[in-house]
Write a protein that binds this ligand. Structure first.
Ligand code: T4K
Length: 370
């Protein structure tokens, strides 16, 4: 019997009728975009969920990042990590800023705070750390360093929806925390994103920049973009937010089964269980140490692909090696990130992943052992 393909993720969907009920309102109102009722409702619900002073919604997580940097009117250098999706680095470069790459921690893959301070120069204006896979950065140390040098902190929290640290929502850290609500994320609005902030002036600037820089009917005093979330996307968010606790619980069960199957295997390193963190089980990355496992990451990737299983090399290649940067950055400045990017494989994880399929995935991985 032909097995169905299993991809790295599969979007969560509300019941069709539940979404249609929201769509019906949009149909009747003929208000489709430009901060309509659904937009306002989702914004208010998320402000509560994140427990932050301000939330601005965007077309996607990337525009939340890019416009947050623009709103802060930064110059010079921004310290970040290369073990991330293209978006993080591109948001910096597209603002005319220079990314300075800091290495990552070998256990949780977030910015290595022991290597951060030495990268600060008189041109440094901000730090953009990534809560990669939903793993929490060392927020206390980052805060200490940022305060000491007067730097802004913009968290790329694209993966971290629902994560809590010391019982506080992760959105509360930094000057801004930017989330992705892409279809592949724990919580999604089809495409979408949000920036969470405390400073109301920054919020006003974000609002203006996502709406072309328009301040009033006859005043355009900023060069903004068009990054408004439309009503259909906001409606999807309203539905998905109702079911977020259930979604997280289902993901937890899937992640726990992976742990049962793959813990204590020589040559496999799993994503860490972090102290004081309530995780969101966004991704299930494994690190494959070829010397001990006997097989390389690429061979395991191929074996899974042959069985119709779409694991992904999140995140390979490193952003500081991208062709578009023409060798501008020295990849040897981030040796741990380089090492990990060559060994990491992200296994399928989504709410409805059947445990029998998950067991089959693990069996294929374990059969690769030599
Ligand atoms: N910062 C970080 C750290 C990020 O990871 C991201 C995005 C961003 C910023 C920017 O946020 P957004 O602007 O995207 O909101 C995917 C996502 O498109 C991207 O949002 C995400 N990170 C990245 C890690 O993953 P791809 O190129 O891997 O997408 P794709 O099309 O290969 O989809 C992955 C899998 O999902 C496919 O195997 C099939 C499945 N899928 C995908 C879509 C779109 C579905 O089943 N249904 C779908 O509708 O980037």
């Amino acid at each position: 019997m032909k097995q169905e393909k299993i991809l790295v993720t599969r979007p969560s969907m509300p019941a069709f009728d539940e979404y249609m009920k929201e769509v019906r309102d949009i149909w009747n109102s003929r208000w489709l975009t430009n901060m309509g009722e659904k937009h306002r409702e989702l914004q208010a619900s998320l402000r509560k969920y994140f427990d932050v002073d301000g939330v601005e919604l965007f077309t996607n997580g990337h525009m939340a990042l890019e416009l947050s940097l623009q709103a802060m009117n930064l110059q010079g250098e921004v310290i970040t990590t290369p073990f991330t999706f293209a978006s993080t680095t591109h948001a910096i470069v597209r603002n005319g800023l220079t990314p300075v790459f800091c290495d990552i921690d070998p256990t949780d893959f977030t910015i290595d705070v022991t290597k951060l301070e030495r990268l600060i120069t008189d041109r440094t204006t901000a730090i953009m750390p990534v809560h990669v896979y939903g793993n929490v950065c060392n927020v206390e140390e980052i805060d200490r360093i940022a305060k000491k040098y007067g730097l802004k902190v913009i968290y790329d929290a694209a993966h971290a929806f629902g994560v809590r640290y010391k019982n506080k929502n992760i959105a509360a850290f930094g000057d801004v925390s930017c989330f992705s609500f892409h279809a592949t994320k724990v919580f999604h609005t089809i495409e979408g994103g949000a920036a969470c902030f405390r400073d109301p002036e920054l919020g006003a600037e974000l609002y203006r920049l996502k709406n072309f820089g328009i301040r009033g009917p006859e005043c355009v005093d900023g060069v903004g973009a068009n990054a408004k979330m439309n009503e259909f996307c906001a409606a999807m968010g309203i539905c998905n937010l109702r079911h977020i606790d259930d979604a997280l619980a289902k993901r937890k069960a899937v992640a726990e089964r992976y742990r049962e199957n793959l813990s204590d295997v020589d040559g496999l390193q799993l994503n860490p269980v972090q102290k004081d963190v309530t995780p969101n089980y966004a991704y299930f990355p494994i690190l494959i140490n070829e010397n001990r496992f006997g097989t390389s990451r690429n061979e395991v990737f191929d074996a899974l692909a042959q069985a119709g299983i779409g694991a992904r090399k999140y995140f390979y290649p490193l952003t500081n090696t991208f062709d578009c940067f023409h060798g501008k950055f020295d990849v040897n400045a981030t040796p741990t990130a380089l090492h990990i990017s060559k060994r990491v494989l992200t296994l399928p994880l989504y709410e409805e992943l059947a445990l029998k399929d998950l067991d089959r995935i693990c069996k294929i991985v374990l059969e690769c052992r030599r």
